[in-house]
Structures are given as structure tokens and as C-alpha cells.
Write a protein that binds this ligand. Structure first.
Ligand code: DAR
Length: 372
């Protein structure tokens, strides 16, 4: 029974919506694993917290996961709902312990796309990790004051990094009135170059979760002078730390990220991390390494000239890879069938295993494309 203070429309209406979503959108993992008995067992405060976590999956029935954590503790506090969703997405069987280890050792190995085919010497490669500071709420629950306080803390760290011979660079803020503010044209150029994130108000999933709130306050990007080490401030996670290069040397790209990440982490308070779930992120799909490693590959045959992603997506699944359009999440294939491929696994695998999966998967897809 709901507590008398809960509006019938509120909880009962939402439960009915979830039942309908479960039927109409079987891929929505929140709807698949939401248990009314579990919900009814919670006190009012936890019910309110849960609604905020799963609001995105109710308001966007086509969600894949349908939930964003609002605080680092949510993964433990709502384990009966979130763990089955996490196991399903990350393909971790119920009888297998969820445990995250970290290993960047392969960054010193040889892992060059040119060994697959000499023409793969100018590939757009990108590897990023999400990180959140333990001392702050996750982005969905941050107030404007939190966002501004967080950005000030990051600017202090970037100021220290600016003098570094390897990672010196510039911070550009989107916060109106900031002394580091970037002008509108320069911002658009950085977005077009895929160096900076777009207006988050355009992502309904993030809007529902509160992650886009107070845009553009507390948002910005740090970019090294060499333009291959970038830190996003205030996107889906507190920080997205990435290395981007055109070339073929995957190991060097990972090494660049690892070195920059290690140096930057020494300048800021600790990240939210758990032995089970690794680096804690807003979206359960990013838990563990919180790493997305990707590259753009022209697959004109497998995408039928860029008109369809289905065949490439199906083929890539066999190699543990997911496929997106070259424009990023929810985009179509680019010119000449250019697609973004990346290892799907993030949790329960190490950073080195992700790099090796990307390398081997690229070799397999490239061979399939050449023999199609
Ligand atoms: N729209 C969310 C996103 C899932 C994965 N992508 C992220 N986190 N950017 C969903 O649940 O479908």
C-alpha cells in the first residue's frame, strides 16, 4: 500500500507507465527489472530517490538502460533494481561475482592499425574515461551552486596543469561571465571538431535525469596545446577525460590518456570508485573502467554505402563491438559508410582488454569488409 501522503497519480500512474513500457519497449532494462513489490517495500524517501533515478526511462520509453544514478551510493542503495540491469547490459551472469580490476599495461605494447592494413594510418581514434568526484552529488542531482563550485575546483587544477611540458593547454568555460569564457563561434568550431560537447538541452535522456540542468553553467573543456588531450567538465559525468588522434597507433593513444589521467588525478580530490563497480558513473552502462575506446572505420560495403547500420552492427556484435554513426550516439553512418566502432564491455574487463578488443575487432571487421 502506498503511504497516504503519496499521490495516487504519482506512484500508481508511474507504475502503470512502467508496465506499459515493459510491454511496448522490451529493450528498456529499467522497465524490464522494475519490481513493484520492491518499490512498495521502500520508505517514502527512497521511493522519491528511485523515481529520480528512473525518470529518464519512464519519460523516454525507447531508453536502453533507462536509469541514471544521482549519487555514488545509489548503486548499493538500490541494488535490487540496478544490479540485474547492470548484469543484463554488461552480460555478467548471476552466478559470477561483479568485480572490477584495472590494467593499463598494454599501453606500452605494439598495437598499430597499420599492421592490419597500411591504409589504416590516418584513422580517427578516441579513448575516453568518465570520472566523478566522490565529494559531489552526481551530475543529475547537482545544484547550480555545486556545478559552479566544481568548475572552480577544476580551473585550479587546470591552472597547475597549464605549465606542464606534456599536457600544458587552455581551459575554455561555457559559464556566462567566466574569465575563461569561450566565444560562441569558437565553441561551435570545437563542437564541429568533436572536441567539445553539444548543448545538453538537446538530449532528452539527460534532460529527464537532471543532468542537463543549469546549462551552460559549470560546463567547459580543457585542451592541451597538442590538442590530443581533452577534459570535459560537467557533461554526463563530472569529467570526461580523453585522448583523440588521427593515426593508427592505438597503444600510444591509450598511453597518452593514461599519462594525462594520472597527472590530472594528482591535482584533484578522489574519484568515486568501488571494488565491485569500479569507477562510479551516472549511467550504469559506463561503470567499471568507464572507458569508451572508439575509432572511425569506412565500411561502405557492410553499411551499403552508409545507408544502413544493421548489417555492420550485427557483424560487430560477434567481435564484442558496438556500432554508431560517425556523428556519435543516435547518428547515422557518415560519408562513405564511415562508422564509429567501440568495444561494448566496460565493466568486468580491464583497460588493456578493451584496447585489445578494439584492435582485434577492427581487424575482423576490416577483413569482412574487404571480402564482402
Ligand atoms: N539514453 C540512455 C543512454 C545509454 C547509454 N549512453 C550514454 N550513457 N550516453 C539510455 O538508457 O538509453
Amino acid at each position: 500500500m502506498n503511504s497516504p501522503s503519496e499521490s495516487t497519480h504519482g506512484s500508481e500512474g508511474k507504475k502503470a507507465q512502467i508496465r506499459a513500457i515493459r510491454f511496448a519497449h522490451p529493450g528498456n532494462l529499467m522497465a524490464r527489472y522494475f519490481s513493484e513489490d520492491y518499490f512498495n517495500s521502500l520508505d517514502e524517501s527512497k521511493r522519491a530517490r528511485m523515481w529520480q533515478i528512473i525518470k529518464t526511462g519512464i519519460e523516454n520509453p525507447d531508453s536502453q538502460m533507462g536509469a541514471y544514478a544521482q549519487s555514488s551510493g545509489d548503486y548499493e542503495d538500490f541494488e535490487p533494481l540496478l544490479e540485474p540491469m547492470i548484469r543484463d547490459y554488461h552480460n555478467i551472469p548471476r552466478d559470477q561475482e561483479i568485480e572490477q580490476k584495472h590494467d593499463w599495461s598494454a599501453t606500452t605494447s605494439n598495437c598499430n592499425l597499420e599492421d592490419i592494413d597500411p591504409v589504416l594510418n590516418g584513422v580517427s581514434m578516441r579513448v575516453r574515461v568518465g570520472r566523478n568526484l566522490a565529494a559531489f552529488p552526481l551530475p543529475g542531482a547537482m545544484t547550480k551552486a555545486h556545478r559552479l563550485e566544481f568548475e572552480v575546483l577544476m580551473i585550479k587544477a587546470f591552472t597547475a596543469l597549464q605549465g606542464d611540458s606534456q599536457f600544458g593547454g587552455t581551459y575554455f568555460s561555457l559559464t556566462p561571465g567566466s574569465s575563461h569564457v569561450i566565444d560562441a563561434d569558437a565553441y561551435q568550431r570545437r563542437v564541429a571538431a568533436h572536441q567539445m560537447f553539444k548543448d545538453m538541452g538537446g538530449d532528452p535522456y539527460l534532460v529527464s535525469a537532471g543532468i542537463s540542468s543549469d546549462w551552460p553553467f559549470g560546463r567547459g573543456m580543457y585542451v592541451s596545446s597538442s590538442e590530443d588531450f581533452i577534459v570535459w567538465v560537467g557533461e554526463e559525468d563530472h569529467l570526461r577525460i580523453m585522448s583523440m588522434r588521427q593515426g593508427g597507433d592505438l597503444a600510444a593513444l591509450f598511453g597518452r590518456l593514461h599519462d594525462g589521467l594520472e597527472k590530472f588525478a594528482k591535482l584533484i580530490p578522489p574519484f568515486a570508485h568501488s571494488s565491485r563497480y569500479g569507477y562510479v558513473t551516472s549511467c550504469p552502462t559506463n561503470l567499471g573502467t568507464a572507458m569508451r575506446a572508439s575509432l572511425h572505420l569506412p565500411l561502405p560495403k557492410l553499411t551499403e554505402g552508409g545507408s544502413h547500420l544493421e548489417r555492420a552492427t550485427k557483424a560487430a556484435l560477434d567481435f564484442g563491438l558496438s556500432v554508431r554513426g560517425a556523428g556519435g550516439e543516435h547518428s547515422d553512418a557518415g560519408q562513405g559508410g564511415l562508422v564509429d566502432i567501440s568495444p561494448r564491455a566496460r565493466l568486468g574487463v580491464t583497460e588493456t582488454e578493451i584496447m585489445q578488443c578494439l584492435y582485434k575487432g577492427t581487424a575482423a571487421l576490416w577483413s569482412l569488409e574487404k571480402t564482402s
